[in-house]
Write a protein that binds this ligand. Structure first.
Ligand SMILES: NC(=O)c1ccc[n+]([C@@H]2O[C@H](COP(=O)([O-])OP(=O)(O)OC[C@H]3O[C@@H](n4cnc5c(N)ncnc54)[C@H](O)[C@@H]3O)[C@@H](O)[C@H]2O)c1
Length: 309
């Protein structure tokens, strides 16, 4: 298949590109390198340094006649989206629409994979794990733009011959994650702990997240490429891990003996976020393979080489 992956120079998108290339597909990447890196680019892919909001990106889709589009490019910061909701919407809504409308107009695209956020769109729900049938109640402009994106994808694909899959990721971790962002606790902790510094934990460390390893996420993108399902699918392990437990596992793997520094809890943070993965398992007959310990081992190994440079 001929596939365009937007955001293919980023953390998750680059793993998806690697997977598609390994499967023998012909892959192009559209990324403006705002947070993506050239070292993440798979050499077998063609790279277009275009913004998803641009005429160049639109013309690329019209000219190249892709079979499938995988849309990972996004403004990913919740904090930034709150500071500047318009800028968030320009990338996550207008940018998506530029790509999606071109896909419809191209007449060639048969499959559109849209990446949303299961950690964001549902809001703060008490009954866990959260299934896809739960009413989304987004609490940030980022969550709103992702949910709006889901609706645009469903509506525009329904009016054309494009099949789609919306993948609602929980907290993804793994090699190539940016340790400088506000999120990505595994990458942030790894960088500090490898340097022998104690990481900061906001609050008492009992906040729980549903961490899924990036290689499992890439595999799910492969399944969605081969079998588009025209619905939303949570991508998660459905298992909660507290920040304290995450730190303890990482400390054990690294032989790190300092205590973390506890700071005041940050306002607005959800206490517990776990999303259900029964639909994922039933639809694709696939259950995330990596345990948190296995995923952390591989990730720490990667960051040791990366930060040891
Ligand atoms: N990391 C997670 O835990 C997580 C959870 C839920 C959803 N997601 C979603 O997964 C996707 C990938 O996130 P990531 O964690 O790999 O982040 P990332 O920042 O590494 O990847 C985003 C990529 O998009 C590119 N990009 C951003 N704006 C662009 C624009 N206007 N034009 C072209 N390219 C642009 C960036 O350069 C980058 O390469 C995003 O859609 C994000 O919202 C991530």
């Amino acid at each position: 298949m001929k596939i365009l992956v937007t955001g293919g120079a980023g953390f998750i998108g680059s793993h998806v590109v690697d997977k598609y290339i390994a499967d023998g597909h012909s892959v192009d990447i559209c990324d403006n390198l705002s947070s993506g890196k050239t070292e993440n680019l798979n050499k077998a892919a063609r790279f277009f340094n275009f913004d998803i909001r641009s005429a160049e990106a639109r013309n690329l889709i019209l000219a190249e006649k892709y079979d499938a589009l995988n849309h990972h490019a996004a403004q990913i910061s919740v904090v930034e989206s709150t500071r500047d909701p318009l800028k968030d919407a320009e990338t996550n809504i207008s940018g998506l629409l530029n790509i999606l409308c071109a896909a419809v107009e191209s007449g060639s695209v048969k499959n559109f994979i849209f990446v949303s956020s299961g950690g964001a769109v549902y809001g703060d729900k008490k009954d866990l794990p959260i299934p896809e049938t739960e009413l989304p109640m987004p609490l940030s402009p980022y969550a709103i733009s992702k949910l709006a994106g889901e609706h645009y994808v469903r509506a525009l694909c329904a009016n054309s011959s494009i099949n789609f899959t919306v993948l609602r990721y929980s907290n993804v971790f793994g090699p190539r994650q940016d340790p400088h962002g506000e999120a990505g606790v595994v990458a942030i902790f790894s960088k500090l702990m490898i340097a022998g510094l104690a990481p900061k934990i906001y609050g008492d460390g009992t906040a729980v997240r549903d961490y899924v390893y990036v290689k499992d996420v890439a595999e799910i993108n492969r399944l969605a490429l081969n079998n588009p399902v025209n619905k939303e699918i949570n991508v998660s392990t459905a298992e909660g891990t507290s920040v304290n437990r995450l730190f303890a596992i990482m400390a054990e793997i690294m032989g790190f003996d300092k205590k973390p520094e506890h700071l005041a809890r940050r306002p607005g943070e959800v206490d517990r976020s776990i999303i259900d993965n029964s639909r994922l398992i039933k639809t694709f007959n696939f259950k995330p393979y990596y345990s948190i310990i296995e995923g952390l081992r591989e990730t720490i190994h990667y960051f040791k080489i990366e930060f040891g440079k």
